[in-house]
Design a protein around this ligand. Structure first.
Ligand code: DQA
Length: 152
């Protein structure tokens, strides 16, 4: 189904290490596991999921800029860049597709420096604290925003 709305699912630094990285905080699922779950959920919802990860802030900025033309929505877990990156905020501000922010952990129950997000002001919504399931919840929230027709 080439005409399904495309959703860019972006992952920031260190998320490639999921499964190994502090599993007590981030869970035991790997990023590959999360990608597979997102792809399957996307199919059920009528969305074409384009799942990517980078440790490079500039590469994430470029992908967000390109999403302006190429994707109907953006789901983003910007990792630590959430708390530091004006560049990601600026990129997300210039794109039209709706943005949903995801975090595996409940950032508000952790260190104070994680309580502030540069992404949240431009997000349609924020999902945090539900582990990998947060990505699925984000796709479910995204589907009506991009007029997907699930079930087919
Ligand atoms: C995170 C939370 C951030 O504070 C942290 O820097 C991450 C992961 C999460 O998914 O819980 O890298 O975005």
């Amino acid at each position: 189904m080439a005409d399904r709305p495309g959703v860019l699912v972006l992952n920031g630094p260190n998320l490639n290490m999921l499964g190994v990285r502090e599993p007590d905080i981030y869970g035991s699922e790997t990023l590959d596991d999360i990608e597979a779950a997102c792809t399957a959920e996307g199919e059920a919802l009528g969305l074409a999921v384009d799942f990517r990860q980078s440790n490079d802030e500039g590469e994430l900025v470029t992908w967000i800029q390109e999403a302006h033309e190429n994707h109907a929505g953006i789901v983003i877990n910007a990792g630590a860049f959430t708390h530091t990156s004006v560049a990601l905020l600026d990129a997300l501000s210039l794109v039209e597709p709706p943005v949903i922010e995801v975090h595996l952990s409940n950032i508000f129950a952790r260190e104070e420096f994680r309580h502030h997000s540069y992404i949240s002001p431009v997000a349609a919504g924020v999902i945090c604290g539900f582990g990998a399931k947060g990505y699925i919840l984000a796709l479910q929230a995204m589907a009506p925003l991009v007029n997907a027709n699930g079930g087919g």
